[in-house]
Write a protein that binds this ligand. Sequence first.
Ligand code: XLS
Ligand code: NI
Ligand code: NI
Length: 442
Amino acid sequence: MKKPAVHFPTVATIAHEGPGSANPLAFRHYNPAEVIDGRTMKEHLRFSIAYWHAFRGTGSDPFGPGTICRPWESGKDPVSVAKVRMDAAFEFFQKIQAPFWCFHDRDIAPEGRTLAESNKNLDQIVAHAKTLQKATGVKLLWGTANLFSNPRYMCGASTNPDAHVFAYAAAQVKKALEVTQELGGENYVFWGGREGYETLLNTNLKREQEHLAAFMHLAVNYARSIGFKGQFLIEPKPKEPTKHQYDFDVASGVAFLRTFGLEKHFKFNIETNHATLAGHTFEHEIEVAAAQGMLGSIDANTGDLLLGWDTDQFNTNVKELTLAMVSILRAGGLGSGGFNFDAKLRRPSIDPEDLFHAHIGGMDAYALAFKLARRILAEGKFEQFVADRYASFDTGFGRDIETGKATFKSLEKLVLTKLGEPTPRSGKQEYLENLLNTYLHG
Ligand code: XLS
Ligand code: NI
Ligand code: NI
């Protein structure tokens, strides 16, 4: 039998060599096999590779074309190229020891001249993906539909002013749900890149939001009708490509879902770079979702402090990730979600090895953050500080406020007759920041 082609011949499976290792192609903190609390790190962290960046990213930017040329990208017809590309991808997933991958329909299979042709292309590639998933054990974290690249979606998909485009998007998502189901996807994501608007001069905002909600109801109903048991996720982003995106951040997403009776069906896929574009920190968005019991999954990346767009970089900021991990672990983890590296190489990073360095850096930073956050929570110093800070609500009139027994009248009486002026207490932020540094740097 012919031996299968090797697409990354210079790189072997990345091994864990520990923090002392000087090998740039080894993990220092991510040890997939290490058992913590009865589960391996691989199972705890559920890392996932984003197909669109890792295998469709070319390094192009608004000022110039792609710089990254992969050997498997040349071939006879687009469907055969898509198959070889997918072989390369699964070799990478295995070598980097990621248990999951994610895709948009159009990342994995070429779009045809008609919807029927696109569906046919997709079916061929999905069959191939199914074989590769079975052979490697790599699973699908989530699937989604690309409703933003094709010019037909230039004014939105479900929020397009033309019902014809809505119908087309519905047909496309129907198929995307079917293939996500076929590949055992554990979640399905909606990121509404063009579900927003540029100017009110041509936009009926209320109608567009109603259409977006109607679309989501149709998707949920159809998914359930075909027996899809995965979790639906909304991925908020404030802007880019549209100026005003309807799923601005988690808080506006919660309001949208509750307004339209969708809250039972959805959780949030939170992306670091989207959080910061919305003027929030990553951990803020996680905490807002967790407070609603709606923390679903993470798109792991970061932006650049000096650039105001979604630069989708690999995140190696252990401090930021530790704070995020504390919030995630305190909320009970991500359930069927995971950490999906929605991150791309910089334009000059053109070597196949760069794909490994990038993911090793991201995985190690998350793994270290995971360990630090576990220690922080186990020692409970911050938890204790916060509990003490709110202790006045645990008993007496504080408790009455929380349980709804207090009234303005009763509280006024208390202040006038007994309590008087409150005694200020320090928030101790600097002390706490120093305490955090003792975990990060000893
Ligand atoms: C774009 C989004 C996108 C989603 C999937 O900014 O992050 O990649 O994750 O459609
Ligand atoms: Ni994303
Ligand atoms: Ni993004």
